[in-house]
Design a protein around this ligand. Structure first.
Ligand SMILES: Nc1ncnc2c1ncn2[C@@H]1O[C@H](COP(=O)(O)OP(=O)(O)OP(=O)(O)O)[C@@H](O)[C@H]1O
Ligand SMILES: [Mg+2]
Length: 268
């Protein structure tokens, strides 16, 4: 069965896009087939995977707003073998308003995923915008598993309360939603901010595991300029190794999230 995982945090710059891309690359290295979905009008993931946003005919915008457009028509291959993408487009910024007139506007992505033949994919990995809007709601309704990328920053902890309030409300629409855990990103081993954040997460959210931490890497962004993953650009780096660990962690988590034996999101 295809696992549908969202990388979501309404705070900007927590490495949602970097993590979606490199977890996809790590799982693809293990022979898995991945469909990534870019739901951010910034289209960072689309551009980072080598797609020319201006030249594409159909994007996730059409997927959300035109019932006749299905995933198979929108998905494109990327620069990473085994990884496809449903590209984003700057037009997606307008979808917020346009969806107001659409019936079941919060279920558009979910409906399209349900209608699609995802059989060839082991995973659907979804990148989110830094917002709590109708697009993020569509993501939270459509996914089965949620990963929360979080960076050591004083505001990171503050936004979590709102995030979990939203998750609790979404559960009425998507009872199966499972919080897989926090993915600490940009972690500098000697940073006090990072140590404090990890401690806080362990104390305040004991039900939600910490995924393997991604170290801070000033060179990581260079891979985006090359439009490939960090795993391809710096295969022996600590960041690449960490994303491989995250991929393996997510693979192992399958057994606990299948068959309904999930951690309980209601306890937030
Ligand atoms: N491990 C890391 N070390 C250092 N910098 C990183 C790391 N991971 C990501 N970055 C950088 O942090 C910035 C934000 O990363 P990214 O775009 O992945 O975050 P995001 O959560 O998707 O942002 P947004 O909320 O704008 O969509 C980028 O410049 C990226 O290159
Ligand atoms: Mg992003």
């Amino acid at each position: 069965m295809t696992r549908i995982i969202g990388f979501f945090n309404q705070k900007g710059g927590t490495a949602k896009t970097t993590s979606t891309l490199n977890v996809a690359a790590a799982l693809a290295e293990q022979g898995k087939r991945i469909l990534t979905v870019d739901l951010d009008p910034q289209a960072s993931l689309t551009m980072a995977t080598g797609i020319d946003v201006i030249s594409i005919d159909l994007s996730v915008y059409d997927l959300l707003l035109d019932d006749r457009v299905g995933i198979a028509e929108v998905a494109l291959p990327t620069t990473i073998a085994g990884v496809d993408i449903v590209p984003s487009h700057p037009d997606l910024a307008a979808a917020e308003l346009e969806l107001l007139n659409v019936l079941e506007r919060e279920r558009q992505l979910d409906n399209r995923l349900r209608e699609a033949d995802l059989g060839t994919y082991d995973y659907v990995l979804i990148d989110s915008p830094p917002a709590l809007n109708i697009i993020s709601i569509n993501i939270l309704v459509a996914i089965r598993e949620l990963v929360i990328p979080i960076e050591p920053h004083p505001l990171s902890i503050m936004v979590l309360r709102r995030l979990f309030e939203t998750v609790a409300r979404i559960r009425r629409l998507n009872p199966a939603l499972d919080v897989l855990g926090f993915l600490p990103t940009k972690v500098h081993h000697s940073s006090r901010l990072a140590a404090d954040m990890l401690l806080h997460l362990e104390e305040q959210y004991p039900d939600y595991p910490l995924l393997p931490a991604i170290p801070l890497s000033v060179r990581g962004a260079e891979s985006i300029a090359e439009r490939i993953s960090i795993l391809q650009y710096m295969p022996r780096s600590t960041v690449a190794a960490a994303y491989r660990d995250v991929g393996a962690w997510i693979e192992r988590a399958a057994s606990s999230s299948e068959g309904g034996a999930t951690r309980d999101v209601a306890r937030v």
